[in-house]
Design a binder for this molecule. Structure first.
Ligand SMILES: [Zn+2]
Length: 249
């Protein structure tokens, strides 16, 4: 019913998102340094975490700048409009995060002499639906903006969490023991007024089994935790693989 309006708004959002990313890549010293390291094949997983956060913030700003109540029929964010306007940019954000994550992992693998296939993170259908559900039906600008802030930033970061988790699962299944490290952001909730017990319980270093059992790859809106996967020492793994215990029996 509102296809033309939705398509127009979706285009505006995606264009705005690209502009914000371009501007930040030129003007923001942190992002500039990250992009430089990426191009040199020297980016770290912490860099990708930070990059995903930038992508989330850029996407959030773009959506909030375009999705104004006065532009919506009946001053209401109908579900159909929410879905059609924000899905394209959330997909674009997923592609951005995954391509950077893929390049980082390839480069990190190369330094360790590893050559393992890399999966791109889960298709973001469910992640996108979660954001659409929060935005749909809102009738005030404040409620729309809130739904388009922390949940969107968390979604971009989850794209990278998903990528890391899926690849860590794959590598674990191939016999490479993976260690997951979660850093607490030391801010917690309510602008640092309350420690986040939920995140504190997930802080530290875990095996994959422990990480899954404790939901270490999960993230809430407003969560500033950083998740990285520590690669095992490749040499140790090779030694294990080449040692033939049976021949000495
Ligand atoms: Zn938390």
């Amino acid at each position: 019913m509102y296809e033309d309006l939705s398509a127009d708004l979706a285009n505006q959002i995606t264009r705005r998102f690209e502009q914000i990313m371009d501007n930040h890549t030129r003007a923001d010293s942190t992002l500039k340094a990250i992009v430089k390291r990426m191009r040199a094949g020297k980016a770290t997983q912490m860099d990708v975490n930070k990059y995903a956060d930038f992508v989330g913030r850029a996407g959030s700003s773009a959506m909030k700048q375009v999705l104004k109540l006065e532009a919506l029929p009946d001053a209401t964010m109908y579900r159909e409009i929410a879905d059609q306007t924000i899905t394209p940019v959330l997909e674009r954000m997923w592609q951005n995060v995954n391509s950077v994550a893929l390049n980082q992992m390839k480069a990190e693998d190369a330094t360790k002499g590893l050559n393992i296939g890399i999966r791109t993170g889960f298709k973001p259908t469910r992640r996108i639906a979660e954001v659409v559900n929060m935005v749909a039906g809102q009738t005030t600008q404040e409620a729309i903006d809130n739904a388009l802030t922390d949940p969107v930033i968390a979604t971009a970061r989850k794209y990278y969490d998903d990528f890391l988790m899926e690849n860590a699962d794959l590598r674990e299944s191939l016999g490479f023991n993976q260690r997951v490290i979660r850093h607490y952001d030391d801010k917690g909730l309510h602008n640092g007024k309350t420690p986040c017990e939920w995140c504190l319980a997930k802080e530290g270093e875990w095996s994959m089994e422990e990480a899954h059992a404790n939901g270490v790859f999960n993230r809430h809106p407003g969560c500033g935790c950083t998740i990285v996967v520590f690669y095992p020492d490749h040499t140790d793994v090779q030694v294990d693989w080449t040692r033939n215990e049976w021949s000495s029996v």
